[in-house]
Design a protein around this ligand. Structure first.
Ligand code: SAM
Ligand code: SF4
Ligand code: SF4
Length: 368
């Protein structure tokens, strides 16, 4: 059920907030208490998604439709992107604040040249679960270098095994077989367990659900079906286009019986299921019909160094200016702590037909 709270009071006008490293900065946290950093709803900061580019070689209809992301679209200029050194410095600061998991994303992260160099800088951070989400188009060439650099595992997005459906969804005529080759290469070098993200859009690929379940069952690769979300403004989202988690469950369960299993950790976005016959597990991410904001411990860093505290936030906090303005690690720690402590985002819980039209940033910019 959609919650239709008419007071989405955490939305602000779009734009970046300039953080101050000066004496008027928000109160930070001392090293002794930093692991207890929580937001205004008592949620810890555990996950960081780092977007390394806002560009992509696909034009998925639900993410970067061609009408909006065509020739005239303005992408970030190179000098605005954080360097790998800047990104790694921020990642270390976030890790010291309690972040346990970093996901490299985009846009398409493998378009960023020598991404393995960034992976090599992040891999030594102690106790960090380091992973990456990709459309798989360049994975066959890149898998080995990524593994060598210290990447643990990957998530690959693939919406259908039906070549015609897949080409229509990525909208650049990219063939399924090359993504499957990327998945195979990742499996061969041990970037495992591999997760496969499937966004389900009504009238487009709901008939792909069962064939995908049949194909990946027993491979050790974990399918994760995702409800189509109203991210950004460009995809023309309508509630009718959402195939609900309940429907996805019923489709699979009718042929391949599944039963629930426990979450790996609090705040895990996918609800986990396993095949009763021992064929492995799948996940279903019900961001629309069963929102999970209450446990959301995720921050997002855009490729140009803006910190977002929600996928649906409109207001970024400018960390790049701090980095380039000579701020110390302590200054940056204080700034991030202040942002997190005042966080109250819970967009998915208050989503309604009205909130859909509020200003939002695109997922390809902030990182999915
Ligand atoms: N380009 C990479 C990829 O596609 O895996 C990484 C970035 S992409 C924005 C991250 C994830 O967001 C992908 O799995 C994609 O399918 C998902 N995604 C994009 N738009 C979405 C939407 N409107 N609803 C639900 N998931 C979406
Ligand atoms: Fe590109 Fe990923 Fe968005 Fe598709 S979902 S357009 S591959 S960023
Ligand atoms: Fe987290 Fe925002 Fe998504 Fe809720 S809507 S789960 S707060 S990112």
């Amino acid at each position: 059920m959609l919650n239709t709270d008419p007071h989405p009071d955490h939305h602000h006008a779009p734009g970046a907030t300039h953080l101050s490293a000066g004496p008027e900065r928000l109160p930070g946290i001392c090293p002794a208490t930093r692991h207890t950093l929580t937001d205004s709803l008592q949620r810890p900061l555990r996950d960081l998604r780092i977007s390394v580019t806002d560009r992509c070689n696909f034009r998925c209809i639900y993410c970067m439709p061609k009408e909006v992301f065509g020739r005239d679209h303005h992408f970030l200029e190179r000098e605005k992107l954080l360097t790998f050194e800047e990104t790694a410095r921020l990642a270390r600061i976030f890790a010291a604040l309690g972040v346990e998991k970093v996901r490299i994303t985009g846009g398409e992260p493998l378009l960023r040249r020598e991404l393995e160099d960034l992976i090599a800088m992040l891999a030594p951070i102690p106790r960090l679960d380091l992973t990456l989400t990709t459309n798989g188009s360049l994975l066959a060439e890149k898998a080995h270098a990524l593994k060598e650099a210290g990447l643990r595992r990957v998530t690959v997005s693939l919406d259908s095994l039906d070549d015609e459906v897949f080409r229509a969804m990525n909208d650049v005529d990219f063939p399924v077989e090359r993504v499957l080759a990327g998945i195979d290469a990742a499996a061969r070098v041990g970037l495992t367990p591999i997760k496969i993200n499937v966004v389900v859009k009504r009238g487009v690929n709901e008939h792909s659900i069962l064939p995908m379940a049949r194909y990946f069952r027993g491979t050790g690769q974990i399918l994760r079906f995702i409800e189509y979300m109203d991210v950004g403004h460009s995809n023309g989202w309508r509630l009718n286009d959402v195939v609900s988690a309940a429907e996805i469950f019923a489709t699979i369960h009718a042929e391949l019986p599944i039963e629930p299993i426990d979450s790996n950790y609090r705040g895990e976005v996918a609800r986990r299921w396993r095949y009763r016959d021992g064929g492995g597990e799948i996940g279903i991410i019900a961001s629309v019909t069963q929102p999970f904001c209450r446990d959301c411990s995720r921050a997002r860093l855009s490729a140009d160094g803006q910190l977002f505290t929600c996928l649906f936030a409109t207001n970024g906090h400018d960390l790049r200016s701090l980095l380039r303005g000579g701020a110390s690690d302590d200054d940056i720690t204080d700034a991030i702590s202040g942002v997190w402590q005042s966080r109250g985002d819970r967009y998915s819980e208050i989503r309604s037909e009205e909130t859909v039209t509020l200003p939002k940033i695109e997922m390809s910019y902030v990182g999915g």
